[in-house]
Design a protein around this ligand. Structure first.
Ligand SMILES: NC(=O)c1ccc[n+]([C@@H]2O[C@H](COP(=O)([O-])OP(=O)(O)OC[C@H]3O[C@@H](n4cnc5c(N)ncnc54)[C@H](OP(=O)(O)O)[C@@H]3O)[C@@H](O)[C@H]2O)c1
Length: 257
């Protein structure tokens, strides 16, 4: 049994906890200062601990506070954390070097997960100078995890995979808005969305080339071509790519300073 303590139990920690609850070899506890998140821990029957207890009784602590709160938290942890505890930070933009400066002499891992971890469908990249695979295994239980050899790639991961779901949800949101115009009242738009997305996933699972898939829908002079031409003329592909860069650049800007 391994004890995993979460410091900061907001959106990201909840997703990680939900995924890890399916593995009985992990004993999970949480620490937070936000009443709503404390109530959630209670609802999930997860032990709440003081900062001191979580930093002494855990084998691994996962820090899930926002970047702006990292520095103060590290100062508070410094006086109390046991030497051999593995520390995982999921904070966007807070570098391994900054973490090592704030928590000197500790075994530190940067992990960049996404909310898919809730259903064990997360994708996580890990950057650390530590060589052991335990943290990799934990995040592999939450979906798929891999190490990156260059910290810059964590920022791309933050953008592509951390922020990425929100980009897709925006598109799905507009799809559902337009479904309102189409569907009779007795047909659930969420059911239609699920069918639609499942069919896309099936096509991708079959390993078909995306250009071939597009070509198979786009007949010359037809409706799909008209829609795609508008996307191309309005530079949609570039805008999407620019959004990925904007998120990546923001991750670079974020720091403990
Ligand atoms: N959300 C995502 O999809 C995602 C994806 C990848 C990485 N991340 C990273 O995950 C981290 C957390 O993001 P989030 O969206 O989960 O944030 P969040 O919902 O705001 O949760 C953070 C929680 O930590 C608490 N907290 C902050 N400082 C604390 C302290 N010193 N002691 C105790 N509790 C403290 C906050 O309390 P208050 O509300 O009182 O401040 C809040 O309840 C961020 O660094 C982010 O970069 C998030």
């Amino acid at each position: 049994m391994r004890k995993i303590g979460f410091i900061g139990c907001g959106h990201m920690a909840k997703a990680l906890i939900k995924g890890l609850q399916k593995n009985s070899s992990y004993i999970i506890s949480g620490h937070d200062r936000n009443e709503a998140n404390l109530a959630w821990l209670e609802h999930e029957s997860i032990a709440q601990q003081s900062l001191e207890n979580i930093c002494t009784e855990s084998d691994i602590v996962v820090i899930c506070v926002r970047p702006k709160d990292m520095y103060d938290l590290c100062v508070s942890m410094n006086g109390v954390i046991r030497d051999d505890i593995k520390i995982v930070s999921v904070a966007a933009g807070v570098t391994l070097e900054n973490l090592k400066t704030a928590l000197p002499g500790r075994r530190i891992y940067r992990a960049m997960p996404n909310i898919g971890a809730k259903d064990n469908l997360g994708i996580t990249s890990i950057f650390s100078s530590e060589q052991d695979d335990e943290i990799l295994e934990i995040f592999n239980f939450l979906g798929k995890a891999f190490r990156v050899d260059n910290e810059e790639k964590i920022n791309l991961h933050t953008s592509l995979i951390g922020s990425g779901p929100a980009f897709y949800f925006e598109i799905i949101n507009e799809f559902e808005n337009r479904l309102d115009e189409l569907l009779p009242n007795n047909v659930s738009k969420r059911d239609i969305t699920l069918l639609f997305l499942t069919s896309l996933i099936s096509a991708i699972k079959n390993g078909e080339n995306l250009e071939d898939l597009i070509a198979s829908i786009k007949s010359k002079g037809g409706t799909t071509e008209a829609g795609l031409n508008l996307l191309y003329n309005e530079n949609f592909i570039k805008i999407f790519s620019d959004a990925i860069d904007a998120a990546k650049n923001r991750a670079t800007e974020l720091s403990m300073d």
